[in-house]
Design a protein around this ligand. Structure first.
Ligand code: SF4
Ligand code: SF4
Length: 374
């Protein structure tokens, strides 16, 4: 796990505060960067592989220009995705390049036989969180047999589970397997994209089952409670995360609406986000009633919402604090005065005792209200 300067956290916290004051997610803190559209899979809920035979990847220097742009922005979690980012020949060079940036890196793949085909231990030096997609849609369920192997490469491993309308009932088996292997799981709905089959599960069932699994297997599922709640809301998404396509263009306000805006190779992200065009798109997002349930747009706000911080970060906390080992903690009989100490103590204590607690037992955290304008 890399070390990020404290100043960076403070800068990002300042931008999150500005979002709060503006009552809209102007500044994103999470970015999915699609490094390629090439992929060895052909999942029926995905449309990125439709162009794979004629797709030409961005040159390395252009990818680096996008990374420089993102590093100047409010983004503190960058996610390398695709297609499959492993298929790029320059992936090691890009991993090394991004390692100098002030963020944590997620890396999502679904490749088979990774240990035979790629130097994963070498790649793992530059990857903070390795996400591996394994589910019915990817037709790679046999990879659950190799979970222990994936933990040897040095990154925190999370199995990404895309749930279709046919697979809600099969979720528990996968979560149990992740629990037994000591890896995490991120659970998300199969979103209905253009030119794909509609696999979107019933959102109320998904919400109920997701929350049940979180309680039953504490600390395994990193999808925040807020995700499983918001997917049932009329308007649960926001732009606290963004997606950059494999040609450098920014999808905005979201990937599902398939509207591209600036190209991050040569246009400054932060300048655009403050523009009238970006604001108008965010307003359209706030009024959108598609209820697509795309994970990032519904989930990432939980990671910066003071009321949800505790439940959202709990699954990661043991890893960040104790290198994956179960912490041993004795509660002080005197409550700390500093709220940050209180939050820290609460997380460590509850994590040590019983993993993820029921939400009603959580500490109510202070919220920052926007100033009232006359
Ligand atoms: S593995 Fe991922 S990128 Fe490839 S086709 Fe499936 S969903 Fe799309
Ligand atoms: S609900 Fe509408 S605006 Fe929100 S992410 Fe989905 S398609 Fe985009």
């Amino acid at each position: 796990m890399r070390k990020i300067p404290k100043k960076r956290f403070l800068d990002v916290a300042g931008m999150i505060l500005r979002n709060k004051m503006a009552k809209e997610a102007i500044y994103p803190f999470y970015c999915s960067f699609k490094l390629t559209r090439r992929c060895n899979f052909t999942c029926s809920f995905c449309n990125c592989w439709h162009v794979k035979n004629k797709w030409i990847d961005m040159p390395t220097e252009d990818v680096k220009a996008v990374l420089d742009n993102l590093a100047r922005s409010s983004v503190i979690v960058c996610s390398f995705e695709g297609g499959d980012p492993l298929v790029r020949d320059d992936i090691l060079e890009l991993l090394k390049y991004q390692y100098e940036k002030p963020w944590y890196l997620l890396f999502t793949t679904s490749e088979r036989d990774m240990q035979q085909r790629y130097p994963m231990a070498e790649y793992g030096k530059y990857i903070d969180f390795l996400h591996i997609s394994i589910d019915e849609g990817h037709k790679n369920l046999d990879m659950y047999d190799e979970l222990e192997e994936y933990t040897k490469w040095g990154s925190i491993v999370t199995v990404q589970i895309v749930v279709t309308k046919n697979d809600v009932g099969a979720l528990e088996e996968k979560i149990r397997r992740c629990h037994d292997a000591g890896v995490k799981a991120v659970v998300m709905c199969a979103v209905h994209l253009k030119n794909t089959k509609d696999h979107l599960p019933d959102l109320w069932s998904m919400s109920r089952v997701g929350l049940e699994m979180k309680k039953k297997y504490p600390g395994v599922i990193i999808s925040p409670d807020g995700y499983f709640n918001r997917i049932t809301w009329d308007h649960g998404c926001d732009t606290s995360s963004i997606i950059v396509d494999a040609d450098g263009f920014l999808w905005y306000p979201c990937r599902v609406l398939e509207e591209k805006t600036i190209n991050l190779i040569d246009s400054d992200l932060m300048t655009y986000l403050e523009s009238p065009d970006a604001r108008e798109r965010r307003q359209r997002m706030a009024a959108c009633d598609i209820q697509c349930a795309w994970y990032q747009y519904y989930a990432t706000q939980s990671f910066v919402n003071p009321r949800e911080l505790l439940s959202a970060w709990m699954p990661y906390y043991r890893d960040l604090l104790n290198k994956g080992k179960q912490p041993v903690f004795a509660a002080s009989p005197i409550a700390p005065r500093d709220p940050r100490d209180l939050i820290h103590a609460q997380i460590v204590q509850e994590s040590a005792i019983r993993g993820l607690p029921a939400s009603r037992s959580l500490v109510e955290l202070p919220t920052i209200d926007a100033s009232r304008h006359p």
